[in-house]
Design a protein around this ligand. Structure first.
Ligand SMILES: *Cc1c(COP(=O)(O)O)cnc(C)c1O
Length: 388
């Protein structure tokens, strides 16, 4: 098909040309005296994206999933209890990992479409008088349902209960796109990955740990090797890594962080909000609704619910085969019930309108009762009215 495939999935996201150019480098000696000049400032500047001065940033040649494992195995002991609220596929997978790694998991199910219930969390933590719960696992942005949870609120609930558990946050589809404040929110382990808000290919797990979490990694007894934080701490201090890093990812990350800081993080967040809001206006104009309940809407991904008589997979298939655009599918519990539009990373008004027009055509082709042009019209009015 002529033209390009238009990627509107919530990861991997579109890689800016500046970033792919920056990644096009000759292979280099990662033990050379020059290498620390690349790595050391990168780790420093990564902290700005996580908004931490107290914590320390890490880069693993891995993906977000490994980030979950790094947080758990480096700070907890076998059999330790962790608390998680499950309201989507990614929270489920993290819960499942904790189970499979031999931790005691206390999992509370929340309706898909909502986020972490702060009142229930506070009540539960207050009940836990002898502090059996060692870590709270919080999914900041649940990519399967397009739901954002209030992590500042999680910290307040933990403080209200005066509970010393570690707070680990999955920020894979939020960090670098949505407001994230590691220090302000007292996050002990923040987990992200390269292929979402950072606008890179998959292959980088980006993390930041608090001093409290790093102290735990010196005394805990969970066996680990490749994912051992201590090996990174020991080598990173001189600007090196414990094993071969993906140098193209590092060069790409350098450029991606430069772009984010140049735009300004607050502007990046505002851009994501605008793009998401225009998408939501289009969805409303089609008479469709979000999987996310009011107050939980994500600014990086919208999961759109289709009427019961329809299968969302047909919309995705039409969009792909007929119009060469990629949309996200519904995962497990919402398979066939939702399709997802990613508005994360290297996007602007017009690229978003491409997604909205493509979805609109696919909906019409599949017999959805919508007015042609309605979604596009709603979005363009919003984008025109709010463009700077
Ligand atoms: C994509 C994603 C992950 C998984 O990351 P991988 O890089 O695929 O391992 C985890 N959590 C959330 C919220 C995600 O969106």
């Amino acid at each position: 098909m002529a033209g390009r495939n238009h990627l509107y999935i919530p990861g991997p996201t579109n890689v800016p040309t500046e970033v792919s150019n920056a990644m096009r480098v000759d292979m280099e000696d990662h033990r050379s005296p020059a290498f620390p000049e690349l790595l050391k400032p990168l780790l420093q500047d990564l902290k700005k994206i996580f908004k931490t001065e107290q914590g320390q940033a890490f880069i693993f040649p891995a993906t977000g999933t490994a980030g979950w494992e790094i947080a758990l195995t480096n700070t907890l002991n076998p059999g330790d209890k962790v608390l998680i609220y499950r309201f989507g596929q990614f929270a489920h997978l993290w819960m499942d990992m904790a189970n499979r790694l031999g931790f005691e998991v206390e999992c509370h199910d929340v309706a898909w479409g909502k986020g972490i219930p702060l009142d229930a969390l506070e009540v539960r933590l207050k009940e836990d008088n002898d502090h059996q719960i060692k870590a709270v696992l919080a999914t900041h942005n649940e990519t399967s349902t397009g739901v954002t949870s209030d992590i500042g609120g999680v910290r307040l609930a933990m403080n209200a209960a005066n509970h010393p558990a570690l707070l680990f946050v999955d920020g894979v589809s939020s960090i670098a796109s949505l407001d994230f404040r590691m220090d302000d929110w007292g996050v002990d382990g923040a987990i992200s990955g390269s292929q979402k808000g950072f606008m890179l290919p998959a292959g980088g797990a980006f993390l930041a740990f608090s001093q409290k979490a790093m102290a735990a990694c010196n005394t805990n007894t969970y066996p680990r090797c490749f994912l051992d934080l201590k090996d990174h701490i020991n080598t990173n201090k001189d600007g090196y890594t414990p094993y071969t890093p993906s140098t193209p990812i590092l060069h790409g990350l350098r450029k991606s962080i430069d772009l984010l800081l140049e735009e300004g993080l607050e502007n990046v967040f505002a851009r994501h909000h605008r793009l998401a809001e225009g998408t939501r206006k289009a969805i409303a104009a089609w008479g469709l609704s979000l999987c996310a309940q009011p107050g939980f809407e994500s600014n990086t991904v919208s999961a759109v619910v289709v009427p019961e008589s329809k299968d969302a997979r047909d919309v995705i298939a039409t969009a792909y085969h007929k119009y060469n655009i990629s949309l996200g599918g519904g995962l497990t519990e919402v398979a066939g019930k939702v399709f997802r539009i990613g508005h994360m990373g290297n996007m602007n008004d017009v690229s978003m309108l491409g997604a909205i027009a493509g979805v609109e055509m696919a909906l019409l082709d599949n017999g959805f009762d919508i007015t042609p042009g309605s979604g596009v019209a709603a979005a363009i009015e919003y984008y025109r009215a709010t463009a700077s």
